[in-house]
Design a protein around this ligand. Structure first.
Ligand code: GLN
Length: 547
């Protein structure tokens, strides 16, 4: 039976709970334990799939097709454990399950209440797979005291009572603000936050305190005393230059030891941190720099493309270069020449996206990369734009476009080289969709197999001819145009196993131009960079020697 670590936050949001949880997971692995990480989000959306990336950052997709919070991406990047549908839950999902059960009559006429019906549903979620790992790390989104979060806090309190003593611990993240005028770190907000937690019946075992300044022993002792936590379990979390330093930094501060002590695990197995030493070495000692443009729409918020930014960093680590990413707004050159905006980059990446806004600029970026022979990686929408560019400018289909944009505009303007996919095969069964379907959870989602042409750049990059990658899209390149485009040199180098869905395209006569219908960035890890990002950064590095 797994031991449970509940991770909560207080004082302010954005303290790095997700990163702390992920780093702790990595440290427990380094000590030989198996782990799984989970996120419980108090918002009322059923999942983040329908939330704007402006507001909520990217949507992370799991192999089994769940659209989840971007923290699950951190978990995977740090532990290498593939997240599942059952690792992410929101109030919205909990309530909709409870209400479905109520409608079915499952509650046999009882009055439905937050306690016990909602809390039981949350506890059930926590239990899934508890016989599979040594440690289950469950992060509660938001901060203690939020109205929406209360059922989750109540559920974890009950859960720890239901389990044998010593089976669950609570770790709480807070902030120690620094007052420059008096030169002091203030502990009061932390005290209040812990008080709030204790008032709902949860006593933290470990406190992780974010601080810009070193925490003096005296302050640590004071926090311990006032918050009823052992002094050794007051862990400092300082700002880091790279998130990939987090496991080593938390280990230095004694987080993993404190957690094992809280579980009374003695003697604790020694950690093997070589993986993270190597990662840190690669992050901090690059031997050069490449400049890569990400031509997108949600450029105001880096979190909208979190996994891509991280995967590029991993590609840099594999090639021992620092990847300097610049976010270029595609809309700016929708109607003008893209060259002045894109010259000087060693490679261009066009990421996924939805809606027509900015797509003319993305098409121009693909054209610029093709004609100037700049390495190009097109992801999902970025692949579709590369195909439209090829159709318009090389295959003489000047009206080529995506049905997505016609649907949005409510009129037919384009020859649909990219069309709305209504039927496809997943494993052994057929999936069917209509344009009028609900928006939530109805895309082609999750892991699908692609078969690669052995005589292609992409097969060389992967070193394989069968791959599995994660998808999240509604539209698809129409195979009807394959022959026409291939005759112009755009090679359809990866296809779905039934040969119906184009998964990868590449220009034959180009040093490195690959478009993929899936999201490779979701599977990249610092200790195992994704082959496409490794190859793309390598091509950028080679190009940097030429420009
Ligand atoms: N909007 C496109 C589609 O639905 C691309 C989606 C994406 O880039 N993730 O097919």
């Amino acid at each position: 039976m797994a031991r449970y670590i509940f991770i909560t936050g207080g004082v302010v949001s954005s303290l790095g709970k997700g990163l702390a949880s992920a780093a702790l997971g990595a440290l427990l692995q380094a000590r030989g334990y198996s782990v799984r990480l989970r996120k419980l989000d108090p918002y009322l959306n059923v999942d983040p799939g329908t939330m704007s990336p402006f507001e909520h950052g990217e949507v992370f997709v799991t192999d089994d097709g769940a659209e989840t919070d971007l923290d699950l991406g951190h978990y995977e990047r740090f532990t290498g454990v593939a997240a599942r549908n059952t690792d992410s839950v929101s109030s919205g999902r909990v309530y909709s399950t409870v209400l479905e059960k109520e409608r079915r009559g499952d509650y046999l006429g009882k009055t439905i209440q937050v306690i016990p019906h909602v809390t039981n549903e949350i506890k059930e979620f926590l239990h899934v797979g508890d016989d599979e790992v040594d440690f289950m790390l469950c992060e509660i989104g938001g901060t203690v005291g939020d109205i929406e979060g209360l059922p989750f806090f109540e559920a974890i309190r009950q859960f720890s009572q239901d389990k044998p003593r010593g089976q669950c611990i609570f770790m709480h993240l807070t902030l120690l603000p620094y007052l420059a005028a008096s030169g002091e770190l203030k502990t009061k907000p932390t005290q209040h936050s812990v008080k709030e937690l204790r008032s709902i019946g949860i006593a933290p075992d470990v406190l992780v305190c974010r601080s810009e300044q070193p925490i003096p022993e005296k302050e640590r002792a004071k926090i311990g005393l006032f918050c009823n936590v052992r002094k050794e379990n007051v862990i400092a979390a300082y700002d880091l230059k790279s998130i990939y330093e987090a496991p080593l930094a938390y280990h230095r501060e004694g987080l993993d030891q404190a957690v094992l002590d809280a579980f009374n695990i003695a003697p604790a197995p020694k950690p093997d941190l070589r993986r993270w030493d190597d990662v840190a070495d690669r992050v901090f000692h690059p031997e050069g720099e490449v400049k890569i443009a990400i031509v997108g729409k949600y450029t105001q918020l880096e979190d909208a493309y979190k996994s891509i930014a991280e995967a590029l960093t991993h590609g840099g680590m594999a090639n021992r270069v620092k990847v300097k990413v610049e976010w270029v707004d595609a809309e700016v050159f929708d109607k003008e020449d893209a060259a002045p905006y894109l010259e000087g980059y060693h490679a261009i990446l066009v990421p996924g996206g939805f809606g027509e806004r900015g797509t003319e600029g993305k098409i121009k970026a693909a054209e610029f990369a093709r004609t100037r022979k700049i390495p190009y990686l097109g992801i999902c929408l970025g692949m579709q734009m590369a195909v439209i560019e090829a159709a318009r400018n090389v295959a003489e289909l000047p009206d080529a476009g995506s049905e997505e944009f016609d649907h949005e505009a409510g009129e037919k303007r384009f020859t649909p080289v990219v069309y709305h996919l209504k039927e496809w095969v997943q494993g052994n069964h057929k999936v069917a969709r209509k344009v009028t379907d609900d928006k939530g959870g109805t895309m082609r989602l999750g892991a699908y197999t692609a078969v690669l042409d052995p005589d292609s750049k992409v097969a060389e990059v992967y070193g394989a001819t069968t791959i599995e990658e994660r998808h999240r899209h509604r539209y698809e390149v129409d195979i009807k145009y394959r022959d026409q485009l291939e005759a112009c040199g755009l090679h359809f180098s990866g296809m779905s196993p039934d040969g119906k869905l184009p998964e990868i395209v590449e220009w034959k006569d180009h040093p490195w131009f690959i478009g993929v219908q899936y999201h490779p960035e979701l599977k990249s890890k610092p200790f195992a960079p994704h082959p496409l990002f490794d190859g793309f950064v390598k091509a950028a590095k080679e190009n940097s020697r030429l420009v």
